[in-house]
Design a protein around this ligand. Structure first.
Ligand code: NAI
Length: 302
């Protein structure tokens, strides 16, 4: 079965190059009307260019429909203006891929606080702003597909990327509340952790790997996650043709007897408290307190 985006309007932030460009091209090829957002800055976020316009020209040349938007995801008014313009032109917004991003890598010891703040602002706050700008439209339509772009750095860590990692795990967290709040209006929200050869990774990935990690290999996962039949609240990894899922899990709570609820009592049970047997995936934060209460109940009965 062909997965079509005919009749859908999609916004892809940071789509002037790299992964965002690949998503925009394929969405347009599959019939979506695409807003190519990008301010066209350098990898560290400085400067601007007409990168978005160039991708729009590629889409138009291939027979697709697209418009460029040069707004910055860090400016809420610019995101609102982008959405207003999109609605005027095409009547709605069905898909948002939050993809814009920058890097300012340094070990935490050497990191300038301003570089911490800016990276969090572009990735986390920028995605929240773009999402907030489309949220009411998607609620009114009773249809929305939103993708957050996380990273293995956010999920698992990476030396020299404290700012980036904090922002990226924040995006997985944003997904986890928005999927709950969007559910009754058929808004599905997912998180993608891509690995791709782009300017962001050109000096990180070894040369042989760089060839294997074409951005096109991430496109199947990204587009499925914003398609009509998309799951919701998934965290998916994709790169070089390999695809996988990641979860935030919890083990069953161990209930300590009242007399053991001391630092020493906790330390004595560390092996059991950190044992992953029986791990499960809570579907909301409330699940944690429920699991604790059930464990207390079971302990009292036992
Ligand atoms: P890229 O640097 O080619 O693309 C990022 C785009 O975002 C650029 O075109 C840039 O101009 C745009 N951008 C930056 N700040 C913006 C702003 N304030 N407003 C609008 N646009 C802005 O890099 P790549 O690799 O394509 O990255 C895309 C996303 O994937 C990023 O969120 C990145 O963190 C994420 N990612 C990439 C990985 C990789 O292996 N390439 C690994 C994990 C995550």
């Amino acid at each position: 079965m062909t997965i079509s985006f005919a009749g859908r309007v999609a916004i892809v932030t940071g789509a002037g190059g790299g992964l965002g460009r690949a998503y925009a091209l394929e969405l347009a090829r599959r019939g979506a009307k695409v807003v190519v957002n990008d301010l066209g800055g350098a990898r560290d976020g400085s400067g601007t260019s007409d990168a978005a316009l160039r991708v729009v020209e590629e889409i138009l040349a291939a027979g697709g429909e697209a418009i460029a938007d040069g707004g910055s995801v860090t400016e809420f008014e610019q995101m609102q203006a982008m959405v207003a313009h999109t609605r005027e032109k095409w009547g709605g917004v069905h898909v948002l891929i939050n993809n814009a991003g920058i890097l300012r890598d340094k070990s935490f010891a050497k990191m300038d606080p301003a570089d911490f703040e800016l990276v969090v602002k572009v990735h986390l706050i920028g995605s929240a702003f773009a999402t907030k700008a489309v949220w009411d439209t998607m609620r009114e339509q009773n249809y929305g597909r939103i993708l957050m772009t996380a990273s293995s750095t956010g999920l698992f860590g990476n030396f020299g990327q404290a700012n980036y990692g904090a922002a990226k795990l924040g995006l997985a967290g944003l997904t986890k509340t928005l999927y709950l709040e969007g559910a009754k209006n058929n808004i599905k929200v997912n998180t993608l952790a891509p690995v791709a050869a782009t300017r962001m990774t050109e000096d990180i990935l070894p040369e042989e790997a760089f060839k294997l990690f074409a951005p096109e290999n991430v496109v199947p996962a990204a587009l499925y996650l914003v398609s009509e039949d998309a799951p919701t609240n998934a965290i998916i990894g994709a790169g070089a043709g390999g695809y996988h899922s990641a979860w935030v899990t919890m083990n069953p709570p161990l209930v300590l007897a009242p007399e053991d609820r001391t630092v020493e009592g906790f330390a004595a049970q560390w092996g059991r408290i950190s044992d992953r047997s029986g791990d499960f995936v809570p579907q909301s934060g409330a699940h944690q307190s429920q699991a604790i209460l059930s464990a207390i109940e079971a302990a009292m009965k036992g």
